[in-house]
Design a protein around this ligand. Structure first.
Ligand code: CDP
Length: 222
């Protein structure tokens, strides 16, 4: 199976990236973490000001100076912004807290969607995000939409962050996840929503392997 397009959308912390990575490996195609791209633009915007706030107008004007790409290393896929490895930097709470504001700006979305459509379109791609099945690749061969209870998502993200040395409390993680879900689903321009033809999977009580098996089985069946 080659040159397939798989779109995995869903709420924050549902494990989209973990599944997308495994699927891409399984099918030997490119994996694109579009959340990392919105995070990279947010991080870039925060470097433009002295207090870490975002000047949206300045950021929009600077988009042509932004180059984002992914590279495979022994530590897994890494995200680069203008040559700098920002993989860990974009997981900080200061980025978590601003990324949905940045992702609500139409000019920024259009800029990134253009890049996303070019990435992997020739080789096949597994892409995860919020608008992949609806906007980036409405013609995707397979579309999935992952959901889970906010508390379970927060707990999983909290444990992940603890391992990575990020010191947010469980309450802070839950607050951020809930706020981003709300902002992502209610923004005017291309909000987070399930594509009509996407398969919805509630991953609340499923292990990573369980979810992967359901995805693979669905792909084989379709
Ligand atoms: O990993 P997590 O689910 O926490 O988030 P992410 O996938 O890294 O995405 C971070 C943020 O980027 C989301 O909360 C959205 O605001 C934005 N995003 C988006 O608007 N569209 C996408 N295709 C991907 C991410």
């Amino acid at each position: 199976m080659e040159k397939i397009i798989v779109a995995i959308d869903g709420y924050a912390g549902t494990g989209k990236s973990t599944q997308a990575k495994s699927l891409a490996k399984h099918f030997g195609c490119v994996y694109v973490d579009t959340g990392a791209m919105y995070r990279a633009v947010t991080y870039f915007g925060q470097l433009q000001t002295t207090d870490g706030s975002i000047d949206i107008k300045l950021l929009i004007d600077s988009l042509p100076q932004i180059s984002i790409y992914f590279e495979h290393t022994k530590n897994g896929q890494q995200t680069f912004l203008n040559g700098e490895n920002i993989t860990d930097l974009i997981r900080q709470s200061k980025v978590n807290n601003k990324v949905s504001d940045v992702a609500s700006v139409p000019e920024i979305r259009s800029f990134l969607v253009d890049i996303q459509r070019k990435m992997g379109s020739s080789k096949g791609v597994v892409m995860d995000g919020r608008d992949i099945g609806t906007i980036v690749f409405p013609e995707a061969d397979y579309k999935f939409f992952l959901i889970a209870s906010p508390k379970i998502r927060a707990q999983r993200r909290y444990e992940e962050q603890q391992k990575a040395g990020i010191t947010e409390t469980l309450e802070e993680v839950l607050t951020n996840i809930t706020a981003r879900d709300h902002q992502d689903s209610t923004r005017t321009f291309t909000p987070l929503k399930k594509a009509k033809d996407a398969i919805e999977i509630d991953v609340s009580y499923m292990s990573i392997d369980d979810v992967f098996n359901v995805l693979i089985e669905s792909i084989v069946k379709l």
